[in-house]
Design a protein around this ligand. Structure first.
Ligand code: PMP
Length: 367
């Protein structure tokens, strides 16, 4: 029976209904094991099958080349802010890294990297996170160990619709909030990481996809659980992994596969986000999205209501009305205010239509 609540949360976020039902079915006994995945040894052959199946689905869905390792780690996206420099900033002698800072998450990552080496912000500092500076204005350092960017800034709704050209320098991307929302050419990257809790599962596990030749050069102070070589060599089982989160990710990947893979996700995500952006654009400024057209996120749609900088009373009214209609977690991040609708893979066209209908109705009533 269909849930009445529509979750537009930015993460943890909605999971496909079929995934939840399957997890419920298997909760007390996984297959014929007589125990729950929650109780299962990470060294058991049953769990081995689960983690290997999750990895092979990921390889299939993203066409991951054979010279890349896939890892399932703990510590979240934020753990990777440190793991990336700890493992990669020593790739070249100068311990330098280039960062693109286009929102909260890349800013946090750059700040963390400063603990381990020299960080160069490659573009003039942005006074608001509403655009991606044109690549012609970037000054990349050819002797940087890597170039880092956040592919989708979850708080500000800024998404790259192109892959930065680094002139051969290793490219690293935080794809936490748009992972598997569209196809990606993994071969262009040295490393991609993504927390699961938006598009591919629940909190607890972070996927890391890394090119093999970059392994084994971690700084000596790198904690062993964050050492990519150690984790890759032990198939993510150096220590106890987040078993249940990996299992849930496997179910979600299966669901993505059954629903047409990353290309189908891309089509749906474009369709859903256009439904909301079109209403914003046609509202004569009643709804306002501060982000430049070219980099508006398909995943997180931030907007203000009433006037450009937001009429807080009207926004509260909007959120209260949404709640009455069963639509939750539409409040913008506390640092930017306003509204944010997150439209990850599991959010359906029907869910989005419910929001669109409410936005049209609210506009009519209050403009
Ligand atoms: N990167 C991005 C793009 C995110 O959206 C988030 C979390 N919202 C993080 C990193 C941090 O992830 P975590 O909370 O798992 O550390």
């Amino acid at each position: 029976d269909q849930k009445q609540t529509i979750n537009f949360g930015a993460g943890p976020a909605k999971l496909p209904q079929t995934v939840l039902i399957q997890a419920q079915k298997e909760l007390l006994s996984y297959g014929s094991t007589g125990i729950s995945v929650l109780e299962m040894s990470h060294r058991s052959s049953d769990f081995n099958k689960i983690i290997n199946r999750t990895e092979s689905l990921l390889r299939e869905l993203l066409n991951i080349p054979d010279n890349y390792k896939v890892m399932f780690l703990q510590g979240g996206g934020s753990g990777q802010f440190s793991a990336v420099p700890l493992n990669l900033i020593g790739l070249k002698g100068d311990r330098c890294a280039d960062y693109l800072v286009t929102g909260t998450w890349s800013a946090k990552a750059a700040k963390e990297a400063e603990k381990y080496g020299k960080v160069n912000i490659v573009h003039p500092k942005l006074d608001s996170y509403t655009r991606i500076p044109d690549p012609s204005s970037w000054t990349l350092n050819p002797s940087a160990s890597y170039v880092y960017y956040c592919c989708n800034e979850t708080v500000h709704g800024v998404e790259y619709n192109f892959t930065p050209d680094t002139n051969g320098v290793v490219l690293v991307s935080d794809m936490s909030s748009n992972f598997l929302s569209r196809p990606v050419d993994v071969s262009k990257f040295g490393l991609i990481f993504a927390g699961a809790q938006k598009n591919v599962g629940c909190a607890g596990v972070t996927v890391v996809i890394v090119r093999e030749d970059l392994l084994g050069q971690a700084l000596k102070e790198c904690p062993i659980v964050l050492d990519y070589k150690v984790q890759a060599d032990s198939n993510s089982l150096y220590n106890t992994p987040p078993c249940f989160s990996i299992y849930i990710m496997g179910l979600v990947l299966e669901w993505i596969k059954n629903n047409g893979g990353s290309a189908a996700m891309e089509r749906l995500n474009k369709q859903k986000s256009s439904m909301i952006y079109d209403i914003i654009s046609a509202s004569n400024g009643f709804y306002a999205c501060p982000v430049e057209d070219a980099c508006r996120s398909r995943m997180n749609v931030p907007f203000r209501i009433g006037k450009k900088e937001g009429d807080e009373a009207l926004e509260k009214l909007f959120l209260d009305g949404a709640l009455k209609r069963g639509m939750i977690s539409l409040k913008g991040h506390r640092s930017v205010g306003g509204i944010r609708a997150s439209l990850y893979n599991a959010v359906t066209v029907e869910d989005t239509e419910a929001l669109a209908a409410y936005m049209r109705e609210f506009l009519k009533e209050h403009q």
